[in-house]
Design a protein around this ligand. Structure first.
Ligand SMILES: Cc1cc2nc3c(=O)[nH]c(=O)nc-3n(C[C@H](O)[C@H](O)[C@H](O)COP(=O)(O)O)c2cc1C
Length: 304
């Protein structure tokens, strides 16, 4: 069974299953559940050049079929990452995609420039879509002109694989996908969280301190599937599907409509073994269907 997929520019995954940024820490935590070598790769927690403490608590709330978070991009910073986490991660025989962000154009460039020196890093996923910070983040992902400038500058900054993570909080996501392709991005990943809110009728308070946060989990899957499909149609670069994927059937749906790989996010919180289970589930499904190579499944939806 051939499960490998090629995302371009030296990023070939042994299978199309990645763990989504912010839902798997720096990856090492998952070794308690299964060896990371089972999956295609991990997208690390978003890194900025300097460490960030994140937003005040409460910053996570469960909803009927998903969660809302407002972590505020808490992270240990790029320097601590390469010293404390990267040497251990690099031994794991899986691809390391470092998710990065900045509060300004200069900060995005600084972190990519710094991390590009490290051979162990296989590629970058650039978060232009975080709804949980006061400034920066989302403004790059909701203004096509800023997206264009950012991607063009980052392309000149690194030779490594450049995956741009898009925000669903826009009117036409394909406009952003096309801008990324035009400026030399190697792939795009989508979707990041949708802007959501939850309130508590007993305490009469907002459930999370910053009132609004990023909504993720099973409830967002149909929205994600629709946007991934639209982007697959709009660009030629690989599209990585994210949003509400909890089992192998969800993953197969995204691949069927043309996603070249998928990421598992919120599901890691309620089933930390689901990365491994999804790889096994995909493999068994294809075997039962007599499909020898996953690339025969990818994009094979009957699309009149
Ligand atoms: C607690 C939490 C933290 C997240 N942190 C990040 C982050 O640092 N960078 C990023 O690009 N996306 C982040 N995300 C978004 C996820 O990577 C993913 O795009 C989103 O949750 C949708 O997928 P899902 O429905 O499978 O969770 C975070 C999501 C959650 C739930």
């Amino acid at each position: 069974m051939e499960l490998s997929v090629d995302l371009g520019r030296n990023l070939k995954l042994k299978n199309p299953v990645l763990l989504a940024s912010g839902t798997c820490g720096y990856g090492l935590e998952f070794e308690n559940f299964y060896p990371l070598s089972k999956i295609g790769g991990i997208c690390t927690k978003g890194l900025s050049y300097k460490p960030i403490e994140g937003n005040p608590t409460p910053r996570i709330v469960e909803t009927s079929c998903g969660m809302i978070n407002s972590i505020g991009l808490q992270n240990i910073g790029a320097k601590a990452f390469v010293e404390e986490k990267l040497p251990l991660l690099a031994k794991k025989d899986t691809k390391i995609i470092v998710n990065i962000f900045g509060y300004s154009l200069e900060e995005y460039i600084k972190v990519v420039e710094f991390l590009s020196e490290y051979q162990e890093i296989d590629g970058f996923e650039v978060n232009i879509s975080c709804p949980n910070v006061k400034k920066g983040g989302i403004q790059f992902g909701t203004n096509p002109k800023l997206t264009k400038t950012l991607v063009s500058k980052l392309r000149k900054t690194t030779e490594k694989h450049l995956m741009i993570k898009l925000s669903p909080n826009v009117t036409d996501i394909t406009e952003f996908a096309k801008v990324c392709e035009g400026e030399g991005a190697d792939s795009i990943s989508l979707i990041n969280t949708l802007l959501g809110m939850a309130v508590n009728i007993e305490t009469k308070k907002f459930s999370i301190k910053r009132k609004m946060g990023g909504f993720s989990g099973p409830a967002i899957k149909p929205v994600a599937l629709r946007m991934v499909y639209q982007c697959v149609k709009a660009v030629k670069i690989p599209v990585i599907g994210i949003g509400g994927i909890s089992n192998y059937k969800d993953a197969l749906e995204f691949l069927l409509i043309g996603a070249k790989a998928i990421q598992i996010g919120t599901a890691n919180f309620f089933n930390p073994s689901c990365g491994k289970e999804i790889v096994e589930g995909i493999s068994n499904f294809l075997q039962n269907k007599g499909i020898e190579n996953i690339n025969q499944w990818i994009g094979s939806i009957e699309d009149e």
